[in-house]
Design a protein around this ligand. Structure first.
Ligand code: AMP
Length: 537
């Protein structure tokens, strides 16, 4: 594997191969195999354009040739920040074939996040759209390139200005070395951790297992039509089963410009979409809209809801208004727990299903690190054929985030039912789950502390009726607390993604501390919940 990655122990890897979890096929070869079987079938739909499997396969090869011509090859990291457009799909497969790993940044990321990712990976190229939602990514690329000496190329989907156009890169395919299935195929970003996003190296073998198992659990086949409503750059819509899970089953992926019912519902009707994945806030919006929208959504067979806690009320409503519900609990680090087709109505509403693989080893531990008694809640620890053994280039962090025998400490609190179903009941990690967008508290605190008027700060979750949680910053000012507007402008100037900007500020004289001298965030969370009572800011 790439230097800086942690491998599975050889005997464990051998077991995963023996038991058929790892099949020794790269993601690039997987597309070749599916294209050979389903050549003329539609693989991808965007607007009025459609690509067959054969066209997708050829496009990936032609793009790989062009990228190879730029000197991008095996073992390189390529920072990719594209919205849900066909180029993202073509590019990922081209990179998979070259053995160069896409580092999948999210579209809202700005200089603070992108600069960090470029430096942390020594990426050789950065791929951006020209503009996205009114933001000029070429401007951002200029700034990033000036501070990232490794970045040799900026490649633009759309008008490139002084950079390289992605569209000009296609070449007649040329032979090149194929990566090993045990190599890193892609990097996902961690959501739930301390400090800046950690990089999650997913191998061809392990990610192919991830997409296959979740596609099987969702019953996907060549008749399936998946609507990619959430960002494909995120694990959920990419591979749980998402775009890659659908393609490996020979189905059709439909891209929507936005996830709003106005854009998504007509596509569901036109393309006879059978499956999609939503976060709870979006599911709520869709469920409400479905009650009055004059659109035929009857093709929807399965609606995944996950990424953040799903209330029982919403779970019931999705089933009634949209299609059969599948709860989905997952993490870019690996483990996926999803409802099964044969789950009872009660288990469907109250649990997040079961881990996908027999070989997923799940432990629930208390503060003392020991397994909790059956039925009690504990921190979820996991090991398995598609769960990483370490973040990229992060030995110190890995020492805390993994047990010595390789279990990943998820930071989630869970309970196991007698039937082996997993119910997520809380979190021990210091992260705000803002409708599925993860906001690491300490990252925002560090930015806020750089403001001249901020003496001390603590960022906590506050309840929100739509997003589940929003971000509240308790600020101890030096003289006068800055307003929310000032803070927003300050963070934007520092290049922080908009979803990390606090939604609410509480101006306080001092922060509460626990007896061991840590900021008492539990007290702050209770305080803001009591004061705001779940009202929207
Ligand atoms: P990410 O790696 O960005 O997908 O974030 C993973 C984290 O999202 C998990 O560790 C959980 O904290 C949270 N999460 C994902 N799905 C759910 C769910 N269904 N219910 C509650 N939390 C969830």
């Amino acid at each position: 594997m790439m230097p800086g990655c942690v491998e599975w122990p050889e005997e464990v890897a051998a077991r995963y191969r023996r038991e058929g979890y790892w099949r020794g096929e790269t993601l690039g070869d997987l597309l070749r195999r599916v294209a050979a079987a389903h050549g003329p079938r539609t693989a991808l739909v965007s607007g009025d354009s459609r690509w067959s499997y054969r066209e997708l396969d050829e496009r990936a090869d032609r793009l790989a040739a062009g990228l190879g011509g730029l000197g991008i090859g095996s073992g390189d990291r390529v920072l990719v920040q594209l919205p849900n457009i066909p180029d993202l799909v073509f590019l990922c497969f081209a990179l998979f074939r070259l053995g160069a790993a896409p580092v999948l940044a999210l579209p809202p990321h700005r200089h603070s996040e992108i600069g960090h990712l470029a430096a942390a990976t020594d990426a050789v190229a950065y791929v951006v759209p020209d503009t996205c939602q009114g933001f000029d990514h070429r401007e951002l690329a200029r700034r990033v390139q000036a501070s990232a000496p490794s970045l040799r190329h900026v490649i633009v989907s759309g008008d490139p200005q002084e950079f390289t156009a992605l569209a000009d890169l296609e070449r007649d395919p040329v032979p090149h070395d194929s990566p090993d299935p045990g190599d890193v195929a892609l990097f996902l970003l961690s959501g739930g951790t301390t400090g800046r996003s950690k990089l999650i190296p997913r191998t061809h073998d392990d990610y192919a297992c991830n997409i296959r198992l979740s596609a099987e659990n969702a019953g996907l086949d060549e008749t399936s039509v998946y609507l990619a409503a959430l960002p494909i750059a995120h694990n959920y819509a990419l591979g749980c089963p998402g775009v890659l899970g659908t393609l490996q089953a020979g189905g059709t992926v439909v891209l929507t410009p936005t996830p709003s019912p106005d854009d998504a519902f007509p596509l569901i009707e036109r393309e006879r979409v059978t499956v999609t994945g939503l976060v709870p806030s979006l599911a709520q919006l869709w469920a409400e809209a479905a009650e009055w929208a004059r659109r035929d959504l009857s093709s929807l067979r399965l609606v995944q809801v996950g990424g953040a806690a799903v209330s029982g009320e919403l779970a019931g409503r999705v089933g009634r208004t949209l299609g059969r519900l599948q709860q989905s609990f997952g993490m870019a680090e690996g483990l996926l727990s999803q409802s099964r087709g044969d789950d009872s109505a009660e288990l469907l509403v109250s649990t997040q299903g079961k881990p996908l693989a027999q070989a997923d080893e799940v432990r629930l531990v208390g503060d003392d690190g020991r397994d909790v008694p059956p039925g009690e809640a504990g921190e979820l620890l996991v090991r398995g054929p598609y769960t990483i053994r370490g973040y990229y280039r992060a030995p110190e962090h890995n020492a805390a985030a993994f047990t010595p025998d390789g279990f990943f400490r998820s930071g989630d609190l869970a309970r196991l039912t007698g039937t082996g179903h997993l119910a997520i009941v809380g979190r021990v990690k210091d992260v705000i789950n803002r409708g599925g967008d993860k906001v690491p508290a300490d990252e925002v605190e560090d930015h806020l502390l750089a403001h001249p008027e901020v003496d001390a700060v603590a960022v906590v979750a506050m309840p929100d009726p739509l997003l589940g949680e929003r971000t509240c910053a308790y600020i101890v000012p030096r003289r006068k607390a800055p307003s929310l507007k000032t803070i927003e402008a300050f963070l934007r100037k520092r290049g922080v993604a908009a979803y990390k900007v606090p939604d609410w500020i509480e101006d306080v004289a001092a922060l509460p501390y626990t007896p061991v001298g840590k900021i008492d965030k539990a007290r702050l969370r209770a305080d803001i919940a009591h004061r705001r009572g779940g009202r929207r800011p």
